[in-house]
Every structure is written in C-alpha cells, then in structure tokens.
Design a binder for this molecule. Structure first.
Ligand code: ZN
Length: 107
C-alpha cells in the first residue's frame, strides 16, 4: 500500500511531519505522540489501559527517530524514552480521520 509508506519525515520543536508516498502530508503534535506512546510501560500494562504513565508530561522534544522494518517508526524522546513503536498504519489512520494519534485499541 503506497499510502502507508513515508517518503519524507521531518520534525521541529513541536511537530512531526510525514509526507507519504501517495503525496498526502500529515503533521503530528510531538507532545501528543509522546503521551500516546504505545509501549506497555506507558500504557500502564499489557491488557486494558488503566492509567497512562505519561499523563504528567508537559513538554517534550524529539531527539531522534528511526525506521523499524517496513512498518513503523521508533522515536527517541528528550526524556530518553524509546520503547514506543508507532506503526505507519496507526499514524496514517489518525491523519486520515483528522484526529490526534492514539495507539491501537485506545481511541
Ligand atoms: Zn512508552
């Protein structure tokens, strides 16, 4: 699927921008991405989300990012957290719907 492959990824102090191979451009609020980290630690457990451990985070910046295989991005945040795997599908889905990113199962 062309629409879930990023062609260009860039970020500044507040936003991550992805230009997808089908030409659509999406931007994501970095603080929301950090607070919505899909890893089990941040979700407060593996099963049903009870309490996120990211609610207290007020500011964040992106230190670096890398691609994970052909399906996801992994971010290293300014608080040194890097466990979250953000799939292209979930990022693109949020953009298509015009809503903030949320991990699968949390919207
Ligand atoms: Zn996390």
């Amino acid at each position: 699927m062309l629409d879930t492959i990023p062609e260009k990824i860039e970020h500044d102090q507040t936003l991550l921008r992805i230009k997808w191979k089908d030409g659509k451009e999406c931007s994501y609020d970095l603080l929301n991405l950090r607070k919505s980290c899909p890893c089990a630690n941040c979700r407060g457990g593996h099963e049903i989300v009870t309490k996120r451990t990211t609610d207290h985070i007020k500011t964040i910046s992106l230190a670096s990012w890398k691609k994970v295989g052909r399906y996801a991005l992994q971010f290293t945040w300014s608080d040194n957290h890097d466990l979250g795997i953000y799939t292209y599908d979930s990022l693109r889905e949020a953009c298509n719907k015009g809503v903030e990113y949320a991990p699968p199962g949390e919207r």
